[in-house]
Ligand binder design. Structure first.
Ligand SMILES: [Zn+2]
Length: 72
């Protein structure tokens, strides 16, 4: 059975004057994302997010009773 030839997807208008948010905005401060530190704008924001994430993990108490059935 012959494959139905479909035209390639039209390329995104990357050269258009797209708003910074199109390329990605830093979730910390909202500045345009820097490729080197994406999805953040800088290492500082990346560190901030990392620390938030770690703090969040540590802040969430893991209830051992949840895994009581998995005692091995
Ligand atoms: Zn930032």
């Amino acid at each position: 059975m012959p494959d139905d030839p479909k035209p390639p997807a039209p390329p995104a208008p990357a050269n258009d004057a797209a708003p910074p948010t199109a390329a990605g905005a830093c979730p910390i401060c909202g500045k345009p994302t820097e490729l080197k530190y994406r999805p953040f704008c800088s290492k500082r924001c990346a560190d901030i997010d990392l620390s938030r994430w770690l703090n969040g993990v540590y802040a969430v108490p893991v209830d051992p009773r949840d895994e009581e059935d998995e005692e091995v």
